[in-house]
Design a protein around this ligand. Structure first.
Ligand SMILES: Cc1cc2nc3c(=O)[nH]c(=O)nc-3n(C[C@H](O)[C@H](O)[C@H](O)COP(=O)(O)O)c2cc1C
Length: 137
């Protein structure tokens, strides 16, 4: 695809937002959502991390500027979450999650399907991936 071949030289951006889940989500719903997201992210050359705790999402997406814009528009239309608050968007030199088309952190009980790229949070809702995702530089 022409779009993908252009993306290598495109400006790399990182976007961070927070939102509230419309409904409480279980393991199956999250597994399906992440599976679909990872497929599209691979096509868009997007990597990142999603946190889901206490019905709040915090997501970091990184990739070519045009891909970030496209996904950001989709995310803002998605009725599975609301009160979507943009926390940061800026050009970056490096990816923080280059190994994951979307890493996912949540409570261990929400990983019934043993998905790849799942990082359990500790009691305080944190782990190393969450800290990396939320760090403002
Ligand atoms: C919290 C949350 C995170 C999401 N993360 C992604 C993602 O990383 N990549 C993705 O393609 N879709 C993600 N989605 C789904 C998109 O919002 C959207 O439904 C999907 O990209 C299809 O877009 P379209 O409706 O514009 O075709 C996420 C949805 C929610 C609620």
């Amino acid at each position: 695809m022409r779009f993908l071949s252009c993306s290598k030289s495109a400006v790399l951006e990182r976007l961070l937002y927070r939102s509230k889940a419309t409904n409480t989500l279980g393991s199956l719903h999250l597994f399906n959502m992440l599976t679909q997201a990872r497929t599209r992210n691979a096509q868009l050359d997007i990597t990142g991390h999603l946190l889901y705790t206490e019905e709040v999402f915090v997501q970091c997406i990184e990739g070519p500027s045009a891909s970030i814009s496209s996904l950001w528009e989709s995310l803002q239309r998605d009725e599975r979450h609301y009160d979507i608050e943009l926390l940061a968007r800026s050009p970056v030199n490096e990816r923080r999650f280059k190994e994951w088309s979307m890493a996912f952190s949540s409570y261990p009980s929400l990983n019934r399907f043993n998905m790849e790229g799942f990082f359990p949070v500790k009691r305080d809702g944190m782990n190393e991936a969450v800290e990396r995702c939320a760090a403002l530089d």
